[in-house]
Design a protein around this ligand. Structure first.
Ligand code: ADP
Ligand code: MG
Length: 158
C-alpha cells in the first residue's frame, strides 16, 4: 500500500469529545467519500459514527449500532451508509452482500472494522484508527489516501 498523502493524530478526552469530532466530520462529508474505522471493541468507532450522522443531519433516533446487519443506510444532508464488517469472514462474503456497489455512489460510506476486509477499501479513502490511551481518552490516528481524502482531513483537522 502506498503512503498516505496526509496524516493527523488527534486526541479525545471523553466520549462527548469523540462525538463532537464526528459531528464536524459529518458536516464535511460529500457523496463518494469513504471513511474506514479501525480499532478494537470499545475503541469508540460507533461513538464517532453517531457524531458523523448528526453532523450529516440524520435524525438521531435513526442511528443504531449495526451489530447484526452489514449496512445501515441513512438519509441526512446526503445519503450515509454505515457498515460493520465485524462478522464478515472475507471479501467474497462481503461482495455477496452488495455492499461494494455503494462505494463511490450517491452517498458517503463509513465502515467499522475495515481491517477485517482491507480489500474493501477504494483507492482513495480516509482511514481512522482509534486506540484507548486511558479510561476516557482515545488517540485517533487519521491517514488520508488520495487528494479528496486529504482535503477532507485538512478541513477536519487543520
Ligand atoms: P466501538 O464501536 O469501537 O466498539 P463504541 O463507540 O461502541 O466503540 O464504545 C466506546 C466505549 O468507550 C463507550 O463505552 C464509551 O463510553 C467509552 N469511551 C470512553 N472514552 C471515550 C472516548 N474518548 N471516545 C469514545 N468512547 C469513549
Ligand atoms: Mg461499534
Amino acid at each position: 500500500m502506498s503512503a498516505p498523502s496526509l496524516t493527523r493524530t488527534l486526541r479525545s478526552e471523553s466520549p462527548e469529545e469523540t462525538h463532537r469530532m464526528g459531528v464536524r466530520l459529518g458536516e464535511l462529508l460529500q457523496p463518494g467519500d469513504f471513511v474506514g474505522l479501525i480499532g478494537d471493541l470499545g475503541a469508540g468507532k460507533t461513538h464517532l459514527v453517531r457524531g458523523v450522522a448528526e453532523g450529516a443531519q440524520v435524525a438521531r433516533s435513526e442511528v443504531a449500532s449495526p451489530t447484526f446487519a452489514i449496512v445501515y443506510p441513512y438519509r441526512g444532508r446526503i445519503p450515509l451508509y454505515h457498515a460493520d464488517l465485524y462478522r464478515i469472514a472475507d471479501y467474497d462474503e462481503l461482495y455477496a452482500t452488495g455492499f461494494l456497489d455503494l462505494i463511490g455512489g450517491d452517498g458517503a460510506v463509513l465502515v467499522e472494522w475495515l481491517d477485517r476486509v482491507p480489500q474493501a477499501a477504494p483507492r482513495e479513502y480516509l482511514r481512522l484508527t482509534l486506540r484507548p490511551v486511558a479510561d476516557d481518552a482515545r488517540e485517533l490516528h487519521a491517514e488520508a489516501f488520495g487528494s479528496r481524502p486529504a482535503e477532507l482531513l485538512s478541513r477536519w483537522a487543520p
